[in-house]
Design a protein around this ligand. Structure first.
Ligand code: PLP
Length: 449
């Protein structure tokens, strides 16, 4: 009774992100009610294994009482403290310090946001300031990857290169440009990793040459493209692109909103390739979805350049009421403790081996063209002909159909570009739960054969 009326109210009043508004009026929402570990239960009492960690964010799993406790304690003591006007709070200070310790290289300065979109937006604004303050106002152009996702703000949506985020929104903006994804399975010259890397670097170089080296500000990329279809580049790609940016005298922004906090194995994907970007954007796993928060980490030279070149004593005009919110910061600190001292990062690394092995078994399935994963992040690309790598007809909506069917079978995963299913379970997932996930996924694929 209650859930039916809730679904009705949702239909009437709640505008959902990234769905068909008209379609939603017809179908309504699935209302989630509670969760524990890797399982979520909806208002009809149906339990599913959440193999997508909410929206690739609940990396520690659901139901951690220690996080609830620190949030409640912080709310009692000091629910809000502005970061404006030289005020600060202990959780924000400690979280910034902890991030400086954990992040690669000299990413020593954290600016806190509410999530990933405003982290990207902040990075773009600060890059503008960096060049304007150093008398290089011509350096305005940004380059990102086709199929990249960098959030939904009016600037970030243009760096995002997925049509649905552009159509009807007058995007991309004239200073936003794209190069091809490092996409081995669909690389025009074959899957040779060296070739994919070489072609990617060459395309960046020629895009910079086309725009003019003195006009390009930065290259932004996800170490593994998430919403574009979990596109896993060859090992070495990230380092090659960072090196190319240095050679080309443009800044390199690593958008680790998904890949940060153990998702690909190490704490950060950049650490896996032993590189330090000029700027790193973070969110999701930072608070594991228990409370909203994002961060922009700035390298020492980038930070120093703005600090030293901004007009003397003039404020750098960028900030949010909730920058460094003490409750989210306290949650973030506890989540970071769980990753390290709580063993969740190590558990994720252990479970990733079984995850990769079990998903690898699916490669033989007639509907599966490519299985790609790193750590606990995977994409399964669906085809109708394995040899020809034929994409399923768009109108079939096969990936969405599978995701719906999967839900009925008790496993949640995401459909992308309608031919890729994405998986990103909590890093707390056990080996038995990985097996259960794989069994339910296999059943779902077999059901629709
Ligand atoms: N950047 C990347 C790589 C993302 O995957 C996302 C969200 O999925 C964002 C930015 C935007 O983050 P948010 O949805 O928290 O604004």
């Amino acid at each position: 009774m209650l859930s039916n009326s809730l679904i009705e109210l949702d239909r009437e009043h709640l505008v959902h992100p990234v769905i068909s508004w008209r379609g939603h009026e017809e179908t309504g929402a699935t209302v989630l009610e509670k969760a524990q570990g890797v399982f979520v239960t909806d208002s009809a009492g149906h339990e599913s294994l959440d193999a997508f960690a909410g929206l690739w964010c609940v990396n520690v799993g659901y139901g951690h009482e220690s996080i609830v406790e620190v949030a409640a304690e912080q709310m009692r003591r000091l629910p809000y403290a502005t970061g404006y006007f030289h005020f600060s709070s202990e959780p924000a200070i400690r979280l910034a310090t902890r991030l400086a310790e954990l992040a690669p290289g000299d990413l020593n300065h954290a600016f806190f946001t509410l999530g990933g979109s405003d982290a990207v937006d902040s990075a773009v604004k600060l890059v503008r300031a960096y060049y304007n303050f150093t008398d290089q106002p011509e350096k305005k152009h940004f380059i990102s990857l086709k199929r990249g996702y960098h959030g939904s703000s009016s600037v970030g949506s243009g760096l995002t290169a997925l049509p649905v985020f552009h159509e009807g929104f007058d995007l991309p903006l004239p200073w936003q440009h794209y190069i091809s994804s490092p996409y081995p399975y669909r690389h025009p010259e074959g899957e040779d990793p060296e070739r994919v890397i070489r072609d990617s670097v060459a395309e960046l170089e020629s895009k910079v040459a086309e725009l003019g080296a003195d006009k390009v500000a930065a290259f932004i990329a996800e170490p593994i493209q998430g919403s574009g279809g979990v596109i896993v580049p060859p090992t070495g790609w990230l380092k090659a692109m960072r090196d190319a940016c240095h050679r080309l005298d443009i800044l390199f922004i690593a958008d680790e909103v998904i890949t940060g906090f153990g998702r690909t194995g190490p704490m950060f994907a950049c650490e896996g390739e032993e590189i330090t970007p000029d700027i790193m954007t973070l969110a999701k796993g930072l608070t594991a979805g228990y409370s909203p928060m994002g961060a922009v980490l700035l390298s020492e030279p980038f930070y120093r350049t703005i600090a030293d070149n901004a007009k003397a004593n003039a404020p750098v005009g960028h900030g949010f009421t909730y920058s460094g919110h003490p409750v989210s910061a306290a949650v973030g600190l506890e989540v970071l403790r769980l990753y390290t001292e709580g063993g969740i990062l190590a558990n994720g690394q252990r479970s990733a081996e079984r995850f990769s092995q079990r998903l690898g078994e699916l490669a033989e399935h007639p509907l599966v063209g490519d299985v790609r994963s790193r750590g606990l992040l995977a994409g399964i690309e669906l085809v109708t002909d394995k040899t020809e790598k034929t994409k399923p007809p768009q109108e079939l909506g096969i990936a969405k159909h599978l995701a719906k069917h999967g839900y009925a079978n008790g496993v949640i995963f995401r459909a992308f570009a309608d031919d890729v299913i994405g998986l990103a379970p909590p890093l707390s997932i056990t080996l038995d739960e990985v097996d259960l996930m794989a069994e339910r996924l296999t059943k779902t694929l077999n059901d629709i054969l």
